[in-house]
Design a protein around this ligand. Structure first.
Ligand SMILES: [Zn+2]
Length: 463
């Protein structure tokens, strides 16, 4: 059988550890040769002179078509993965949410009914365990060994809907460790937050600003420390999603002093935006998410954390809601659907604000946006790098082209942008997904159904 072939010539190839100019030869879905002046004829040739060639981005934290507060996040699997491709993200990891009282399997089937044959880009799932009991415990092994779903998300907040208590957390960690998986966490103190929300509502303080004031830094620092302690006690690999602040990162820093490995993810918005946005009356609802945006000093902590190797991943927590949906909370901040759109612009924003402004190196950029998510979540070296026999997921990037972010031109299915009017330097030009041209000059060339579910490997041995 003969596969289609493609040659990318003279691009500047950037991986997490290398930086050189060469050609990349692709046959079928895989990278088959890398070298200077490769003497190979291909069916198609792309001249990448003057361009950067990055591995396809991996966003390990997105919520597509997700049921939440009586509505659904506005991007479907089709629109969300397509928008991701436009921005150079070729693989996403979405979250399945167990319904309390039901099995993990029932939740998987529910999520598959929305995602199957609907993705344009590649995808995987984390399994969120919201009700850990003897029956749930028996399902863990099956998810890891048969379904290729090896990471289990937990919530230390949202009591009565998603939260598990510490007793369940310890039980889950022991089982997940035994079976070779990882426990990830939304680490905020749910009881403290519930108290503060009730208090503010009782005092008639109902604007989006009070969403922020109901989740102070200490609620995240406390829970992060508790999670890290439990992970240390059980020996289970642990990963903190969307970490936002100095207090929480210092809890992780302390854990590393006792030679504990724990993985930290932050999201692009926590690096670039701050809580000042909540002072814009109801317009602040655009950025109502949990945890909320923090302060400038926290942004500094997070950039430093990336360079110190404590923050391993920059994701998005993409969870878009249209303005009409956000208006559900017009009179009460606690009814604003949580989340904001970012899946499309993570790679370009991180490049423009991080690499271009001298905060991180090109190699670090690829490490936190592409390579580490693949390594931590069991997809490396199939995904996350440019190497022989890796999937040909490739971004050809013009580092000097300027453009402006706007809801009028983005591809996400949401009617506002959290970054309206931001000028960005650096633009995704061409994207390949498993050897096929996915994006070329702002146009998507793939149909829904091309995106594959990626089974992930066991995660034991990573700490
Ligand atoms: Zn999330």
């Amino acid at each position: 059988m003969r596969f289609m072939s493609l040659l990318i010539k003279n691009g500047r190839i950037i991986t997490a550890s290398e930086d050189y100019v060469a050609d990349v030869f692709i046959e079928g879905e895989k990278i088959k040769a890398i070298g200077i002046g490769l003497p190979i004829n291909a069916d198609e040739t792309i001249d990448a002179t003057g361009m950067f060639v990055f591995p396809g981005g991996i966003d390990p934290h997105v919520h597509l078509d997700m049921p939440f507060m009586g509505t659904f996040s506005s991007d479907t699997y089709e629109t969300g993965t397509r928008a991701a491709l436009h921005g150079g993200t070729t693989t996403v990891i979405d979250f399945i949410l167990q319904k309390q009282g039901n099995s993990l399997k029932a939740a998987l089937e529910d999520w598959r009914s929305r995602s199957n044959n609907n993705c344009v880009g590649d995808y995987s799932f984390h399994m969120a365990v919201t009700d850990f009991n003897e029956d749930t415990k028996k399902e863990i092994k099956h998810f890891i060994e048969q379904e290729g779903i090896t990471s289990f998300k937990t919530f230390m907040a949202y009591k009565g809907a998603l939260m598990i208590d510490d007793r369940q957390m310890i039980g889950l960690m022991e089982e997940v460790k035994k079976q070779g998986g990882m426990v990830t966490v939304h680490a905020t103190n749910g009881d403290m937050i519930d108290y503060l929300i009730a208090k503010h509502r009782g005092e008639g303080k109902l604007s989006p600003l009070y969403h922020y004031l109901s989740q102070p830094e200490v609620t995240e620092a406390e829970a992060s420390e508790r999670f890290v302690d439990m992970a240390n006690y059980t020996g289970c690999p642990g990963y903190i999603v969307h970490l936002t602040c100095e207090g929480a990162l210092n809890a992780v820093r302390n854990a590393t002093k006792r030679n504990q490995t724990v993985f930290v993810e932050t999201c692009i918005q926590y690096l670039l935006l701050d809580a000042g946005l909540y002072e814009k009356n109801f317009d602040g609802a655009k950025w109502v998410m949990s945890p909320p945006l923090r302060e400038k000093k926290d942004q500094q902590t997070l950039w430093a954390g990336i360079n110190q190797g404590l923050v391993k991943v920059v994701a998005t927590d993409h969870c878009p809601f249209n303005w009409q949906q956000k208006l559900m909370g017009e009179k009460d901040f606690s009814k604003i659907p949580n989340g904001h759109p970012a899946i499309e612009h993570r790679m370009e924003l991180l490049f423009s604000e991080g690499v271009n402004k001298g905060k991180i190196t090109l190699n670090k950029y690829v490490e936190v946006a592409c390579t580490n998510p693949a390594k931590i979540f069991g997809m490396f070296p199939k995904k996350g790098t440019i190497g022989i026999d890796s999937d040909a997921d490739i971004v050809i990037f013009n580092p000097s082209e300027k453009h402006t972010i706007s809801a009028s031109s983005h591809h996400m299915n949401v009617d506002y942008s959290g970054y309206e009017g931001w000028e960005v330097t650096g633009k995704v030009k061409t994207v390949l997904l498993r050897g096929k041209i996915a994006i070329d000059d702002n146009e998507c060339k793939l149909e829904k159904g091309y995106g594959q579910f990626i089974k992930r490997s066991k995660l034991s041995g990573i700490i």
